[in-house]
Each structure stands twice: as structure tokens, then as C-alpha cells.
Design a protein around this ligand. Structure first.
Ligand code: HEM
Length: 483
């Protein structure tokens, strides 16, 4: 026993004594042995990485809980990471996270097969089927939630709850087709989602771990389709997913657990995005007026729009509002493990050696998205930032060079988000329906947007710390030219 502790101490000591070698990025180990910067990183990754960027520049290596993480913040050099599938690997980290968060092992599935299966459903013909179903569910839920209310009566709610609940439930009905337990699934999922970042960082306390386990098990049961326990099969997305898993050699228990992963992947980002988007519109009246005016213009040109909301139409203003919202609130961390020593060629000609076993991490939220050299006054919401007259603005520069990546909410390269079109369509449908069916306003006209919950940096869409109270009621006439 003593020998084991002694050996462990030597290992920790040896690992702590890592020094920067020639041509390696600046190394910042922090003061705490082994942990390094883990606490600061977990508390507010954006603040910590901004501090490191000021200190070291666009590339540096930090120690985080025993791992050495090289952070690259120069968007012109991102392709050197994203296009390398030989020295850099994304599957190990992904598998680790799946195990920690979802108690799930899907190692037998080839990542390319998984992606192909997703593309089949969320792109092309599959996409229009799902988007049509999503639109009907959104419309039905919006109207049924108002049933029993006097039309002229205002109802009050937090905007985050309103958006998350509606988009989540419509998404669940579209993909899982189980109307009997939709509210129970939503409520349980929100509890689980609140613990997600802690589970991912393995920083849950004992009580929280218990709660997470209970929640996870309850969700597995709720999501289990009737046909898993011998009931009749339906021809839905979920069933096709199960067939796919079976063919890839996944056992019945893991098939059941994988449904929670799918629920999270497909439902965790759209609701929060819609919240930020509508929140920005409500707190920026000129932006709200520009979007409403665009919707009025659409319906004047196309009277069938009432039944065919705007995804098929050109909506440059709403598109710019969505891009600007995502620029400010999409904060994914793209991580790869270095599986072979690699020389990273930066766009400015510099070369850095990356060591096998380290992690490379891109954090597009800091740059390009919040980079003042690319976007003027990056903290400010400017609804027309991505608009040239009435066309999309896609020319952005840094140091005089045009950028390929000027905002990156969907990731890029081989792992770019499979659900991008589905998500964009759903969010646009949702905003359109809400603005055309409801009178919506802030309870306090002077209210500001709530701050960001800083523990969510690195996990996709940010969520607010608190909510924005709104009141709403059904419009007397649901027609877009009355908005
Ligand atoms: C606003 C909504 C969404 C945002 C901002 C978003 C963002 C992202 C990002 C940044 C990645 C890349 C992660 C990485 O490279 O490590 C990603 C991957 C992915 N997204 Fe989304 N996503 C959204 C909605 C959706 C939806 C609705 C689906 C449902 C189909 C989806 C399915 C996926 C899948 C399957 C991947 C993994 C792709 C792969 O590894 O090949 N996403 N998403």
C-alpha cells in the first residue's frame, strides 16, 4: 500500500515537472499540482481562456486536472486541427463523455456510420418530413397551451421556460411520438440537464450524483418505446435508430440508454437559442420591428404562408438575427486528442509541436465570435451584423485577411452539426408562430437580459442564470400582417 502511494506521488511529481520544449506552445501549468487550472476553467472557461489569451496569445498549453490542453484561438489556423483525422482523434473524448454523462458505451459503432445514419434522417427528404411534423406539433402545442384561457387575458411566464418547453415538447413528439408522457419527459430532462456540466467534469457531489442517477434511470424508462417491451411497432425515427444500433452490435440495455443521448443531442440547443433570440428582439425594439416588418412583407407576397411558415422563403433579417444570436451565445468547445505527435502549422507560418496524449481545443466563442478585431463591439447585439442591404453579409476580416470562419456555432469540417438545417428551420418556425399568434411583451419594459450561466461555456448553447419574465396572450386574429 505504502509503495503504491509512493509510486503515485513520484508519477504526479514527474508529470508536474513537465517543461516547455523547443517549438512547443507557451506552457501554463497553474500553481496547484495535478489540478492546474481546473477550478478556474470549470467555473468560467470563457473568462479563464480570455485571460490566458491576453497573457500568451493565440496558442498556449494549460494543465487541467492532470491533462495538458493546447488551446488554439486563431480561426485562420483552425483547419489544421479540424482536417487532421490521423494525428487527432475525437472519438475517445466523445466516448468518455458519453460514459460519464449517460452511462453509455457505444464503442462498437463506427463514427462514420453513426453520422451517415443521422444524415439520412436530418438532411434531404428525411429533413422535410421531420420539419413538417415539427411545424404541426409547434402549432398544436401553442394553441392547446392557450386552451381554457380567456383570449384577452395575459399569462405570465419566464421566456426561457416558455421557449425550452415548447420547442422541446414539439421535438419530442416529432422524434419519439409519445404524447402520453411528453410533459413528464420534459420536466425530468430539465433536472438532468441542470446537472449535465457537473457530470461531464466529474464534479458532482454525492447528493447530486444520486439525483442524476435517479433522473437518468427515470428518463430511460420514460423513453423506452412500447415495442421494446413487446408492444406493437410503429414506423418511426426511434425505431429506425434502434435497428441501426442493433446492426452495429449494440446490446438491448445500451440501445435503451442511447435514446437519452439522442434526446439530448436533438433537443438541448434549440430551446435556449430561441430564448436568446426572442430576448434580444424584446430588448431591442428596432430589431423586433425589422423582423416583424419582414414577416408582414412575406405574408403580403404569399397568402399560403399561414400554413407554410417561412423556411422556404428568403428571410435575410431573421437569418441575420439568428446568426447574431448564435455568435453571442453558442459556446461549443471542439476537442481532439493528440494520438500521434504532430506539428501544427499556423496560418502566420509559425510551427508548434503537439505531444501525443495531450488534448487540442478550439473555442470559437472567444475567437472569431467575440474577437473585437473581427466584430466591432462584440459584446453588443446588432441585429443587422450579418446583413448587407438585403443579402447575407459573409465577408469579415482580421489583420486585413478575409476569414473562412467568422462565426462557428455549428462547428466545422467533418464533424459539423448534422442537425443544423433541422434546428434552423425549427427555430424560424417557432419565432414566426410566436410572433404571428401571440402578443408578447416583457413584464418590466426596462428589464435587461439575464446574465449567462458561466458553468455552461464549452457545452453548446449557453443558458441564462435566471430568466426574463414575459406576458403573452393569443392575438385576436392570427394573421401575420397584424403583427
Ligand atoms: C441551435 C441548435 C444547435 C447547435 C448550436 C448545434 C451545434 C453543434 C456543434 C457546434 C457541433 C460540433 C461539435 C464538435 O465538433 O465537437 C454539433 C454536432 C452535432 N450536432 Fe448539433 N447543434 C444544434 C442542434 C442540433 C440538432 C437539432 C441535432 C439533431 C439532429 C444536432 C445533431 C448533431 C450531431 C449528431 C452532431 C455530431 C456530428 C458528428 O460528430 O459528426 N444538433 N452540433
Amino acid at each position: 500500500m505504502l509503495w503504491t502511494i509512493f509510486l503515485l506521488l513520484i508519477l504526479v511529481f514527474l508529470y508536474s515537472t513537465r517543461t516547455r520544449q523547443k517549438n512547443e506552445p507557451p506552457l501554463d501549468k497553474g500553481f496547484i499540482p495535478w489540478l492546474g487550472h481546473a477550478l478556474e476553467f470549470g467555473k468560467d472557461a470563457a473568462k479563464f481562456l480570455a485571460r490566458m489569451k491576453d497573457k500568451h496569445g493565440d496558442i498556449f498549453t494549460v494543465r487541467v486536472a492532470g491533462k495538458f490542453v493546447t488551446v488554439l484561438l486563431d480561426p485562420s489556423s483552425f483547419d489544421a486541427v479540424m482536417n487532421d483525422t490521423v494525428c487527432l482523434d475525437f472519438t475517445r473524448n466523445r466516448n468518455q463523455l458519453r460514459q460519464r454523462i449517460f452511462s453509455l458505451q457505444l464503442q462498437s459503432i463506427k463514427p462514420t456510420a453513426e453520422r451517415k445514419w443521422m444524415e439520412l434522417h436530418f438532411q434531404g427528404l428525411g429533413l422535410s418530413k421531420l420539419s413538417g411534423s415539427m411545424n404541426s406539433h409547434l402549432q398544436n402545442l401553442l394553441l392547446s397551451d392557450q386552451q381554457g384561457c380567456i383570449p384577452s387575458e395575459w399569462r405570465q411566464d419566464g421566456l426561457f421556460s416558455l421557449c425550452y418547453s415548447l420547442l422541446f415538447r414539439a421535438g419530442y413528439l416529432t422524434l419519439f411520438e409519445k404524447p402520453d408522457n411528453v410533459t413528464a419527459v420534459y420536466n425530468e430532462f430539465r433536472k438532468f440537464d441542470d446537472l449535465l456540466t457537473k457530470l461531464a467534469r466529474s464534479s458532482v457531489k454525492r447528493e447530486e450524483r444520486k439525483m442524476a442517477n435517479i433522473s437518468r434511470e427515470r428518463l430511460w424508462e420514460l423513453l423506452s418505446p412500447n415495442w421494446l417491451s413487446g408492444g406493437s411497432e410503429s414506423n418511426c425515427w426511434q425505431q429506425s435508430y434502434r435497428h441501426f444500433l442493433k446492426e452495429e452490435g449494440v446490446d438491448a440495455e445500451m440501445q435503451k440508454r442511447a435514446l437519452l443521448l439522442q434526446l439530448w443531442t436533438t433537443q438541448c440547443n434549440a430551446g435556449p437559442t430561441a430564448f436568446w433570440l426572442l430576448g434580444f428582439l424584446l430588448t431591442h425594439p428596432e430589431a423586433m420591428e425589422a423582423v416583424k416588418s419582414e414577416i408582414r412583407g412575406l405574408t403580403l407576397r404569399d397568402t399560403s404562408l399561414q400554413h407554410n411558415p417561412p423556411e422556404a422563403h428568403s428571410t435575410p433579417v431573421l437569418d441575420s438575427v439568428l446568426s447574431e444570436t448564435l455568435r453571442l451565445t453558442a459556446a461549443v468547445m471542439i476537442r481532439r486528442e493528440v494520438v500521434q505527435n504532430k506539428i501544427l502549422h499556423m496560418a502566420n507560418g509559425q510551427e508548434y509541436h503537439l505531444r501525443q496524449g495531450d488534448i487540442v481545443c478550439l473555442f470559437p466563442f472567444l475567437s472569431p465570435q467575440m474577437d473585437p478585431q473581427i466584430h466591432q463591439e462584440p459584446q453588443i447585439f446588432q441585429y443587422d451584423r450579418f446583413l448587407n442591404d438585403m443579402t447575407v453579409k459573409d465577408k469579415f476580416y482580421k489583420d486585413g485577411k478575409r476569414l473562412k470562419y467568422y462565426t462557428m456555432p455549428w462547428g466545422a469540417g467533418t464533424n459539423i452539426c448534422v442537425g443544423k438545417e433541422f434546428a434552423v428551420t425549427a427555430i424560424k418556425q417557432f419565432v414566426y408562430l410566436l410572433l404571428t399568434h401571440l402578443d408578447l411583451e416583457m413584464c418590466d419594459p426596462e428589464a435587461k437580459m439575464p446574465p449567462v450561466n458561466p458553468s455552461r461555456y464549452g457545452f453548446g448553447m449557453l443558458q441564462p442564470d435566471g430568466d426574463l419574465q414575459v406576458r403573452y396572450r393569443l392575438k385576436r386574429t392570427q394573421h401575420a400582417n397584424r403583427i
